[in-house]
Design a protein around this ligand. Structure first.
Ligand code: CP
Length: 314
């Protein structure tokens, strides 16, 4: 597929991408990851382009990863601290972003607590918008880096079984992973308490399990999700201790050593994942973070980059 395919476009969710476009992004991330082994980890594909990162919600991984990716592509990078911006004086989201567009930004990377906020901007503005997570809706670059990591570790995605465990209702990571993994031919299982699984989730073609014992049988990958207490308006399970007892992944609930363990972070150790599992050789949580930079470089390059990928090896 031509690398022109995503030029000038937005990345708002995985649902809007074709299988070929997802594969193009994953394939493009491979040479960018190879760049990380070199002493100079920088290329000039985004020289002269301005990327603005605006995060209305807290973030460690995604914000830093985008900034590193942008700098490794030689973009001019601007980070807006919402807490010290005119947002605090009552400026609307649209006016803030219109202001950034007037400053001739080429790409806006945005995280927002409202589902659909990046889609609204993409409709109203003529700058490329990358969704860095919108409420419980979508986190496309997280799903892309998760798929990249699975493909790198297992050699394929078609036909494998991936279990997403925990708070599915409030998880944008779960939704984006389901769309992506299904498009690439994986079997997807959802495991968690009924109160944290949306009623119609099976319409997305996933199998639902309310017990770890049944759901973990013959899986290839587990992707363990955090309880998003900041989004829950009421307590949806009796106690954290009870949740950990029934759905926590530890050495007694996950005994198969060949299952790949993933977590998008931030982890709550002792709740959804034990120290033993998080630090075990089967966990690829830190590699997910490294891969996130390569995948985000690929996305930025495909949307706004100039130049040939072969330059990486010159
Ligand atoms: N995985 C993820 O989105 O982490 P941050 O909230 O730290 O960006």
């Amino acid at each position: 597929m031509s690398i022109q395919r995503l030029k000038g476009r937005h990345l708002l969710d995985i649902e809007s991408l074709t299988r070929e476009e997802i594969e193009l992004i994953l394939d493009t991330a491979v040479p960018f990851k190879e760049l990380f082994t070199k002493s100079v980890k920088k290329v000039s594909f985004l020289r002269g382009k301005t990327v603005v990162n605006i995060f209305y919600e807290p973030s460690t991984r995604t914000r830093t990863s985008f900034e590193i990716a942008e700098k490794r592509l030689s973009a001019d990078v601007v980070n807006i601290a919402v807490s010290t911006s005119s947002v605090k004086k009552g400026e609307s989201l649209l006016d803030t972003i219109r202001t950034l567009q007037a400053m001739k930004a080429d790409i806006i990377v945005m995280r927002h607590s409202c589902a659909g906020a990046p889609h609204l901007l993409a409709k109203r503005l003529d700058v490329s918008v990358i969704n860095a997570g919108d409420g419980p809706h979508a986190h496309p670059t997280q799903a892309l880096l998760d798929m990249f990591t699975i493909r790198e570790k297992l050699g394929r995605i078609e036909g494998i079984t991936v279990a997403l465990i925990g708070d599915i209702t409030f998880s944008r990571v779960a939704r984006s992973n389901i769309w992506g993994l299904k498009k690439l031919g994986a079997k997807v299982r959802i495991i968690g308490p009924a109160t944290l699984i949306p009623k119609d989730i099976d319409k997305l073609g996933v199998e639902v399990f309310y017990s770890l014992e049944k759901g973990l049988k013959n899986v290839d990958v587990v992707n363990i999700l955090r309880i998003q207490r900041e989004r829950q308006k009421e307590m949806l399970f009796p106690t954290i201790r009870e949740y950990n007892r029934l759905f926590g992944i530890d050495e007694t609930t996950l005994t198969a050593k060949n299952v790949l363990v993933m977590h998008p972070g931030p982890m709550n150790r002792g709740i959804e994942i034990s120290d033993y599992i998080a630090d075990s050789p089967q966990a690829v949580i830190c590699e997910q973070v490294t891969n996130g930079i390569a995948v985000r470089m690929a996305v930025l390059y495909l949307i706004a980059g100039e130049g040939d990928l072969n330059e990486i090896n010159d």
